[in-house]
Design a protein around this ligand. Structure first.
Ligand SMILES: Nc1ncnc2c1ncn2[C@@H]1O[C@H](COP(=O)(O)OP(=O)(O)OP(=O)(O)O)[C@@H](O)[C@H]1O
Length: 303
């Protein structure tokens, strides 16, 4: 059984597009990065998966349960961190953890206390006095405490200092190692890149890409720079795999995709002073996908 499955799941807010029909599968134990610029539809997707929003069309299941018709069964198995954490002002974090455990029919707050301690969150102050970062930590502890089968996290490290961010990523890795699933919405690529098994990119309510992180990395072009000692005899522009080729005097720059062997063979008879082939960062690739001018493919073109 898949942890999360959506079939042509869409959401319109009146006539406003929230989410174009979305087909997505997340496997148990996976950390699934859900990326996209502001307004892409990440929160809409998560809130629909939580059964807070009624889908305009399509269906979604979490651990086999329909997210709209079987909301309560879904909530029992999910840990949810909203993008905007609201907490009662007049309780302490400790009291809230105990209350939350009781609502789930348990008295066990031990894992919540462990995560709080790792995040260096003090549990006695009134929640109304907490900073944004500390409120975020309370939200995370609440989402994690009952060791849910699926975590739906909307911008989990928002407002956290680098040390706490690191701890959160560590906890997410542990969660996945225990076979539990993490659906991680973010626009911070650097953190997603460090933990995700697969990544989806959403833009203007549409899925533009879904790939395993290592496949995505392997598909990125490499930046090529060559300094020739003499005008080159070979025409590098026509090599399959080359794009954005530019020769200015003895200096060549271009983007190279694929194995460098063919490139090195083509250069064998040339006289070179310098040669460098540097992989693009995922950041570059994603920024390219984010650009409003980039083409948004129809969903059927997406794997
Ligand atoms: N309650 C609402 N009423 C009308 N339109 C909405 C509502 N909520 C979201 N939208 C629209 O739906 C689209 C998707 O918004 P959503 O909040 O899901 O994006 P997001 O990817 O989570 O963005 P962010 O990174 O800024 O949180 C946007 O165009 C937004 O304006």
């Amino acid at each position: 059984m898949n942890a999360i499955e959506t079939h042509a799941l869409s959401k319109l807010y009146g006539t406003n597009l929230g989410l174009h029909p979305l087909d997505l599968t997340v496997r148990p134990g996976e950390i699934f990065g859900f990326l996209g610029p502001n307004g892409a539809g990440k929160t809409t997707t998560i809130r629909t998966l939580m059964g807070f929003l009624r889908p305009t069309s399509g269906t979604a299941t979490l651990m086999g349960r329909d997210v709209w018709r079987e909301r309560e069964a879904v909530h029992a198995r999910v840990g949810y961190l909203p993008g905007d954490v609201h907490l009662p002002r007049d309780l302490s974090a400790r009291e809230l953890l105990e209350r939350s455990a009781r609502l789930r029919g348990s008295r066990d707050v031990s894992y919540g206390l462990e995560v709080a301690s790792r995040l260096e969150l003090r549990l006695t102050p009134q929640l109304g006095t907490l900073s944004k970062g500390n409120r975020q930590k309370v939200g995370l502890v609440l989402a994690l405490m009952h060791r849910p089968e699926v975590l739906l996290l909307d911008e989990p490290t928002d407002g956290l200092d680098p040390l706490a961010q690191e701890t959160v990523l560590e906890v997410l890795r542990e969660t996945s190692a225990q076979g539990r699933t993490v659906f991680l919405s973010s626009h911070v690529l650097r953190e997603v890149e460090r933990v995700a098994d697969r990544v989806a990119i959403l833009r203007q309510g549409r899925l533009v890409r879904v790939d395993a992180l290592n496949v995505l990395k392997a598909s990125l072009p490499q930046h090529l720079e060559i300094r020739f000692a003499a005008p080159p005899m070979v025409n590098l522009t026509t090599l399959p795999g080359m794009s954005k080729a530019h020769l200015a005097g003895l200096n060549f720059t271009g983007l190279w995709r694929g194995n460098p062997e063919a490139l090195i063979r083509a250069l064998a008879a040339e006289s070179l002073i310098g040669f460098s082939l540097v992989p693009s960062s995922l950041e570059d690739a994603f920024l390219e996908e984010y650009r409003p001018t980039a083409q948004v493919p129809e969903p059927s073109h997406v794997a």
